[in-house]
Design a protein around this ligand. Structure first.
Ligand code: UN1
Length: 503
């Protein structure tokens, strides 16, 4: 019988990760599928981290001189390698963090998509020509590579989030130092192997263009505090982001923060309830509630509450929960026992605050070391207790409202501001939600859930979500430094604002 460990080894072999990279180390990798230890990865020490960051800085000094479309060619090859590796890497994502096969593959597709986007960008990275107030002057704005970009990623999108940052950073002329989640170093090692193949096809890239720091807080801190890293992009909890943001700011670095979400959807009286039901199911239960965009609150108009909520409760009762490798269940495991405990803690608090809990119990799929749960639907009397927190588990709190202003106030009445959505066909209500007095989030959708964003848009959110934007539109600007340049091609020296200084 094949075990998860042998499965992992087979996939790692296919991807080009050697046993020496995944054995004999101190970082134990546990597959949430069955709780087995599948690898022991050697960790980077803080002293090694400093050397590696130095190498990354050297790589940047070389890479910045390569023309951007040529850098794009490297990213195009990376996208090609990812296409070839998609089945194996998608499976490794499922094995390492417990995603369903479709979601594991979807994550790799997201990487391919951002590579395509970045290739196009590599022939753009447009600056500006600004009308100068001075005679015979040209005023421009141009964008230069920023330097080393530090990427700190979370277990739930162990490779896609890296690629949003790295694909842009590479075309922008930066090098990347990546600290993957301690819970997901294997997928990161696989990405490094894939990238090495792309580099070989490209004819070589500077050593240190992608460096990895494997380990926990200590190496993370080495990255965050290093002045040779002008940009740090961090995805994870608000607690982590607050520390990263403050430390990076202390040395005047730039932080791109993508932190907690407490995403809500409003169901208005004109909503198509069948579509709403399906969208809520994916948004709230997909990825076992472990996306930063997971729908965590549902704000339902009183006129449709009794039509929607009982149906939703029966979907929660019947949703398939199971082993993501051997079954086609829609809901896989939580990442670990701590996630399970925090889910149970939140549910207990919700009950104390008057909530009616449907589901939420542990389901034995694969023995005591894995943590599968039935997603929980919790009818709450108000936005109280744990409703204002992000619990990284499949809990959907349901609230009732009477008028849209009240719904929007509830919607915006939490500390986080990542994603949001509204269900309905009344244009006045929809447009109000999308207007300046509507959703206060970085993402606002209509007639769909809060999760599953495409890479073309800028991804990120406000308030405790951290304010950063990654991925599409002009998010690339955060990976470059802006330079304003005034050129005098005349013989006079007119001063701005008409100032006179004749000698
Ligand atoms: C995350 O959970 O950190 O929008 C990222 C989504 C995905 C990305 C989520 N494209 O749900």
């Amino acid at each position: 019988m094949t075990t998860i460990s042998t499965d992992v080894r087979t996939v790692l072999d296919a991807l080009g990760v050697t046993p020496a990279q995944t054995q004999g180390g101190t970082l134990k990798v546990v597959s949430p599928v069955d709780g087995a230890v599948v690898a022991a990865v050697p960790e980077t020490t803080p002293a090694e981290a400093a050397t590696l960051i130095g190498q990354a800085h050297q790589a940047y000094l070389e890479w910045r001189a390569v023309p951007a479309p040529r850098r794009g060619e490297f990213v195009r090859l990376l996208g090609e390698e990812l296409r070839a590796a998609k089945p194996a890497l998608g499976r490794l994502v499922s094995l390492e963090v417990g995603k369903s096969p479709s979601e594991g593959l979807g994550e790799v597709q997201e990487m391919i998509d951002i590579c395509d986007f970045a290739v196009g960008l590599s022939r753009q990275l447009y600056g500006l020509v600004i009308q100068s107030e001075r005679e015979d002057h040209r005023l421009t704005e141009q964008w230069h590579p920023a330097g080393v970009v530090g990427v700190i990623s979370a277990f739930n999108f162990p490779v896609a989030v890296w690629s949003w940052n790295a694909a842009l950073a590479f075309v922008c002329g930066d090098s990347v130092v990546w600290k993957p989640s301690e819970k997901a170093p294997l997928t990161a090692l696989a990405v490094a192997a894939i990238m090495a193949r792309a580099a070989q096809k490209f004819g070589g890239v500077p050593k240190g263009l992608l460096t990895m720091l494997i380990g926990g807080r200590e190496v993370g801190e080495a990255l965050v505090d290093d002045v040779r890293v002008p940009v740090v992009s961090a995805t994870g909890s608000t607690r982590m982001g607050r520390v990263v943001g403050e430390r990076v700011a202390r040395r005047f670095g730039r932080a791109i923060l993508e932190l907690g979400g407490n995403n809500a959807s409003i169901v208005t009286p004109s909503a198509d309830l069948d579509l709403t039901l399906r969208a809520v199911a994916f948004g709230a239960m997909g990825t076992a509630g472990q996306r930063c965009t997971t729908m965590r609150r549902l704000i339902v108009h009183e006129s449709v509450y009794d039509k929607l909520v009982p149906k939703l409760a029966s979907v929660y009762k019947s949703i398939s929960i199971g082993n993501p490798i051997t079954s086609d269940a829609l809901v896989g495991p939580l990442i670990d026992g701590r996630a399970y405990e925090s889910m149970q803690g939140a549910l207990a608090e919700a009950k104390k605050a008057g909530g009616i809990v449907h589901g939420g119990e542990r389901v034995d799929i694969n023995g005591p070391n894995s943590f599968y749960v039935r997603p929980a639907l919790v009818e709450m009397p108000g936005q109280v207790g744990p409703v204002c927190d992000e619990t990284f588990a499949p809990i959907l709190y349901v609230l009732k409202y009477k008028d849209l202003d009240e719904a929007i106030a509830l919607h915006n009445g939490v500390p986080q501001g990542l994603s949001s959505s509204i269900f309905g066909t009344d244009i006045r209500e929809i447009e109000t939600f999308l207007s300046a007095r509507g959703s206060d989030c970085g993402i606002a959708n209509v007639n769909m859930g809060t999760s599953g964003a495409e890479i073309g848009g800028a991804f990120g959110g406000e308030k405790e979500t951290g304010g950063g934007r990654e991925s599409g539109t002009d998010a690339w600007k955060a990976y470059m430094r802006r330079q304003t340049s005034a050129v005098n091609y005349g013989r006079k020296l007119p001063l701005a604002q008409g100032v006179k200084f004749d000698i």
